[in-house]
Every structure is written in structure tokens, then in C-alpha cells.
Ligand binder design. Structure first.
Ligand SMILES: C[S@@+](CC[C@H](N)C(=O)[O-])C[C@H]1O[C@@H](n2cnc3c(N)ncnc32)[C@H](O)[C@@H]1O
Length: 398
């Protein structure tokens, strides 16, 4: 376990040498005993275990951080830390406000402070109640050659800040390994912001946050941004004060693009056409299907009132949506779908679903295909309220 003491060791010369030795090893589960045996020749068991845990966390953290190999984490803190792509995207919005000093409230191990501290000429103050996380955050910024001020504080108390006009707040959305769904259960709860007086405030929220819980803030002028990266929904952000806006927007952090609400009506309904179109998840969460069609300059249709799959005669360009060419579609009955696949020589399928009670694994099992021949994507969804299957060409075959 990483404690203040084991951290001090791991950040020192012998610890660093141990970690670079581990970085060159196979760290798979099967190697745990041989690795611990080797480490214990020179180290007491607690330091050996902490070194192995950190080496594994660093390997995992490469998905979020480009300098993970020099950073410090605890398992929970890594899980909660914002990755570089989304934190840099948020920092860009703060840069628009030109704030000279930004507070990072609930800074954890510094995933967000890292990006904010990269803004030229901006001073960052990170606050957290956990002294170990503050120490790790300091070391993590140093790994990037960046720095911030750090202070231990309980965010439920009056903030120990003066003259700071902008803040980013990242409350904990997990407790004892469980996700917390309501903003009232976050630590600290979202309503702590009512007592704060920042000119600009951004709050990171779970991507699945219930929009009705945000109504008190959105009615008062705050906007909600849904952020994706690599086609995956990463987070929702409540932007309040000077950085607020009306409604909900969708951003692709990796592409640096935002689609803003324009009041476009949702696309009309239609039976499946030449292409099945799946909007980026940020578009779906922000409810911007009409805006998407306008942005792409395409006529798109919804398959169903309640489902976010679209259809159209032309494929959209890559970026805000993915598309599959529709080969056939039919009401979902196992026998009929199986026959339609056999007719086309299709023996291998990937199943996607929205609004279908069957899981992809169950569907594949029930379809009992022989695993040979052509490949297809089977999409289980609703078309005008009926459970249907769309048989589509695999993505490369457009
Ligand atoms: C989601 S994590 C922050 C992650 C961070 N933004 C990052 O990217 O590394 C939430 C943080 O809030 C801190 N926290 C929770 N309740 C707090 C409180 N009442 N006062 C101060 N910090 C608190 C936790 O210690 C934790 O580090």
C-alpha cells in the first residue's frame, strides 16, 4: 500500500532504481510471487509490495498519462484521475477566460492540475483533504516540469482562497469502490458550490448524471458539456458563471471540436435507409441529433422516437458519427434473422444493440451461426416501436 512513508521511499534514489527495474519486467499476475521474492532480497515486504503495486499502476496509467512511468498513484486515485486528453480540453476553455489564478478543488493526484498548470502565466492552487494525494500531486506535476501550490482543506469548510476568480471542482463520485449516482451523494455533494463565489466554475460530473438534478444550476445559467474521446463518453461538465452557456453541448476532446445547441428539431422518423448512423455518445447525451444532421449537411432520420440510432441515404464523414451500410432489415425473430444471414453466406457476426432486451452475447449464442463464411454486423434495435434486426456490412466494407 502506498503510504506517506512508502511514497518517500519510492520517490527516493533506491525506490526509483527499484521502479525502473520493475518497469522492464513482465508484471503479469503470474509473476507476482517471483517478483516479490526478488524484491524482498533487498527490501522489507511492505516496500516490496508497494513498489510492485505502483509499477503496475504506472503501466495501467499509460492509458491516461504520457509520463505515467514517472508518476505516483494509489489504485483509487488513478481510477478517479482525469486523463490528459480531457483535462487539456477543459483547461483550454479556462484559458479563454484569461484567469491568472485557478483553484483545483478536490485535486486528487493532480490529473487536472497538470493540464491547468500548463496554461502559460497561470497560477494553480490545488486543495484536497487527503495529504497523501497532495504529496503525489506535487510529484506528478514535477514529472511534467510543472508546479502548483497545494493545501490541505475540507471543501465543506470555507475555502482558504483569496482573490481566486476561477475554479475547477472534481468531487469524488465513488465510495468504497461503489459508484455514487446522485450529485447529492458526491463527496463533497454538488450543492457545496452554492456557498462559493467564483466568477467562473467548472464541475466534473459523471457522464450519466441525471439532468433533472442539475436543473437548479442550468435554470440559473449554467451549461452542461458532454465530453467524449476516442468515441467513448468520458464525462459531463457543468460550466457556471462567466464560462456558462445555455443548454447542453457535445465535445470530442481528442478532436478539439464542440457542437453547440441551436434549437434544431430532432430528425424525422424513417424506416432504415442505406446507412445506419450512430452519433458520438456526447451528441446523444447532449440531445443534439438535429444539430448533428445540420452540422454534417446530411438528411438524417431517426429509426424510433426513443432510440438514438439514425439512418440516412449517405454515410457521414468520420468524426461525429459512425456508419454501417445496411444490407437488410427485418422484424426480430431468431429464425428469420438466422435464415437471412444464411441466405447471404454470413456465419460470423458482431452484435450491437440499443433498446433490445437481448445482450449481444445472448444474441450470438441464440443465432447459432457456424462461424465461417462472410462477416456482418447485426444491430438489434427498435424501428417505430418494433424490435428489429438490421444486417449491416462490417465497417471496412463501405
Ligand atoms: C475525483 S477525485 C479528484 C481527481 C483529480 N481531479 C484528478 O484528476 O486526479 C476527488 C477528490 O476529492 C477529494 N475530496 C473528497 N471530499 C473532499 C472534501 N470534503 N474536501 C476536500 N477534498 C475532498 C478526494 O480526496 C479526491 O482526491
Amino acid at each position: 500500500m502506498l503510504t506517506a512513508q512508502t511514497f518517500r521511499f519510492l520517490a527516493g534514489p533506491q525506490g526509483r532504481a527499484t521502479l525502473s527495474w520493475l518497469a522492464a519486467r513482465d508484471l503479469g499476475d503470474a509473476q507476482t510471487l517471483p517478483l516479490l521474492d526478488a524484491l524482498r532480497r533487498d527490501l522489507p515486504p511492505d516496500l516490496a509490495a508497494a513498489a510492485l503495486t505502483l509499477a503496475r499502476l504506472r503501466a495501467r496509467a499509460t492509458a491516461k498519462f504520457s509520463r505515467a512511468e514517472a508518476m505516483f498513484f494509489t489504485p483509487d486515485a488513478l481510477e478517479q484521475a482525469s486523463g490528459e486528453i480531457v483535462s487539456a480540453w477543459r483547461a483550454r476553455r479556462f484559458a479563454l477566460g484569461g484567469y491568472p489564478h485557478i483553484a483545483d478543488l478536490g485535486c486528487g493526484v493532480g490529473g487536472d492540475a497538470l493540464a491547468l498548470a500548463a496554461l502559460p502565466g497561470v497560477r494553480i492552487t490545488g486543495l484536497d483533504r487527503d495529504p497523501l494525494r497532495l504529496a503525489l500531486a506535487r510529484a506528478n506535476l514535477a514529472a511534467y516540469g510543472r508546479a502548483a501550490d497545494w493545501a490541505r482543506a475540507d471543501l465543506n469548510d470555507p475555502l482558504p482562497l483569496r482573490g481566486v476568480r476561477a475554479a475547477f471542482f472534481d468531487p469524488a463520485r465513488r465510495a468504497d469502490g461503489r459508484r455514487l449516482f446522485s450529485v447529492r451523494d458526491y463527496a463533497p455533494p454538488l450543492d457545496v458550490i452554492a456557498g462559493w463565489r467564483f466568477a467562473a466554475l467548472a464541475v466534473k460530473l459523471a457522464p450519466g448524471v441525471a439532468l433533472d438534478e442539475l436543473a437548479p444550476y442550468t435554470h440559473a445559467g449554467a451549461g452542461v458539456e458532454f465530453v467524449s474521446a476516442g468515441g467513448e463518453l468520458k464525462e459531463a461538465v457543468l460550466w457556471d458563471g462567466e464560462l456558462g452557456f445555455a443548454g447542453r453541448c457535445a465535445s470530442r476532446a481528442d478532436a478539439g471540436e464542440t457542437l453547440w445547441p441551436q434549437g434544431a428539431p430532432p430528425p424525422p422518423l424513417s424506416a432504415p435507409r442505406a446507412y445506419l448512423v450512430e452519433p458520438d455518445p456526447a451528441i446523444i447525451r447532449a440531445g443534439l441529433l438535429g444539430e448533428l444532421a445540420a452540422h454534417l449537411g446530411l438528411t438524417l432520420y431517426r429509426l424510433d422516437e426513443s432510440i438514438a440510432y439514425l439512418t440516412g441515404d449517405d454515410p457521414p464523414p468520420a468524426g461525429w458519427a459512425r456508419a454501417w451500410r445496411v444490407l437488410a432489415w427485418l422484424p426480430f425473430q431468431l429464425k428469420r434473422v438466422r435464415a437471412a444471414l444464411r441466405e447471404r453466406g454470413i456465419g460470423r457476426v458482431t452484435v450491437k444493440k440499443r433498446g433490445s432486451p437481448l445482450s449481444p452475447e445472448e444474441a450470438i449464442r441464440l443465432l447459432k451461426l457456424d462461424g465461417g463464411g462472410e462477416e456482418a454486423v447485426v444491430v438489434l434495435t427498435q424501428v417505430a416501436g418494433r424490435h428489429c434486426a438490421l444486417i449491416c456490412a462490417p465497417p471496412s466494407d463501405h
